[in-house]
Design a protein around this ligand. Structure first.
Ligand SMILES: Nc1ncnc2c1ncn2[C@@H]1O[C@H](COP(=O)(O)OP(=O)(O)O)[C@@H](O)[C@H]1O
Ligand SMILES: [Mg+2]
Length: 338
């Protein structure tokens, strides 16, 4: 059976319908210490060498080889542990292709035709599928929209998370179950023991998205790519998930790539932002600077469009406080046939 990451690779993004989180807005303090990850693994919060990138995307060009057309015309960013970059821009501008290139899961006929991508110092262009399998989930993970399509409807959701822990961390059954329940707790699901034994059809969209995030972070990835991962969710649930990601970033040094059409989300979570239009990065810089003092006409247009949705409150004095929030989505490495 295909793994979750393989499904991510082959399926195209679909919109999922907005759904209220049936569990309500439970916000709890996970009480984690600064050096303990969600699953109990120790990882430095403040990396010893903060300038060493976990992800380097250098002048990446992506082409549709079937159409003989370049679609993405050069994307650059680097992420060190605990930092986050946001990618915004109109639909079709190349945001998702950029994410997929980074995950090594471009659609058929698409190729990186220029530039380079390094994950943890390793150029990904020559990776074998075995090397990718080792990286996905454990080093780089992703969460996309439409969580239901990444989970197996006939397997209890908890078992699917436990499978990630067994495969990626080599845990025995009982320990995998215990840690899966801890993860469900960490993503603020109210009754983790109950949810563990439930099937996807029993859970709301918000709960499923949390389950997927739990699966994505199960193997303690160093990089999480969240591509419109909260877009379809109710505003309250979205805020909780963004808080969770911010918390993970702070506690575990998770590095985050956050794709969102919502500038307020990016303002809240990201240190740096890339504004894309038609495959070009038209503007890039520290989020605070770009949103306060946009240089490109298109950025100004985006900001004007978003002001009515409440961007203002994030542009206030402590609006863009990168250290406060972070993290995104990822759906990777969950065995479908857990
Ligand atoms: N699987 C695919 N097959 C054909 N074209 C695609 C595919 N995925 C993306 N594209 C094209 O590549 C361009 C960029 O897409 P994408 O990266 O998904 O945009 P965004 O995420 O910014 O909305 C679009 O013009 C889109 O039509
Ligand atoms: Mg997209």
């Amino acid at each position: 059976m295909a793994t979750l990451s393989e499904k991510v690779l082959t399926k195209s993004a679909r919109n999922s319908k907005t759904e209220q989180n049936g569990s309500g807005a439970e916000v709890e303090d996970t009480g984690a210490t600064s050096t303990t990850s969600t699953t109990g693994a120790t990882r430095p919060v403040r990396p010893a060498a903060p300038s060493t990138p976990v992800l380097s995307v250098r002048d990446v060009h992506i082409s549709d080889q079937a159409a003989g057309q370049e679609i993405v015309h050069g994307v650059n960013f680097t992420l060190t542990p605990g930092r986050s970059v946001g990618i915004v821009g109109e639909s079709g501008s190349g945001k998702t292709l950029t994410c997929r290139a980074t995950l090594g899961i471009l659609p058929a006929h698409f190729e990186v035709t220029g530039g380079s991508i390094e994950i943890d110092g390793q150029d990904i262009s020559g990776l074998s599928s075995a090397q990718w399998t080792a990286l996905r989930g454990a080093t780089i993970s992703a969460v996309f929209q439409d969580p239901a399509s990444y989970l197996n409807p006939s397997i209890r959701v908890g078992a699917q998370i436990a499978e990630v822990l067994k495969v990626k961390k080599g845990l025995k059954r009982g320990e995998a179950r215990r840690q899966a329940i801890d993860l469900l707790h960490a993503v603020h699901l109210r009754d983790p023991d109950l949810v563990y034994g439930q099937y996807t059809y029993e859970l709301s969209g918000g709960m499923l998205q949390r389950v997927l995030i739990a699966a994505a972070i199960a193997a303690d990835p160093r990089i999480l790519i969240a591509d419109e991962a909260t877009t379809a969710l109710d505003v309250t649930v979205q805020a909780e998930i963004l808080d969770l990601l911010a918390d993970l970033r702070e506690r575990t040094g998770l590095a985050l790539v956050l794709v969102s059409h919502d500038l307020a989300v990016v303002a809240q979570l990201c240190d740096e932002v890339l504004v894309m239009r038609q495959g070009e990065v038209v503007e890039q810089g520290p989020t605070h600077e770009v949103l306060h003092n946009p240089q490109h006409e298109y950025t100004r247009l985006l900001i004007a469009e978003h002001e009515q949705y409440g961007l203002d409150k994030f542009l206030g004095t402590d609006a863009v406080e990168p250290a406060k929030t972070d993290a995104l989505d990822t759906a990777d490495a969950v065995k479908e046939d857990a």
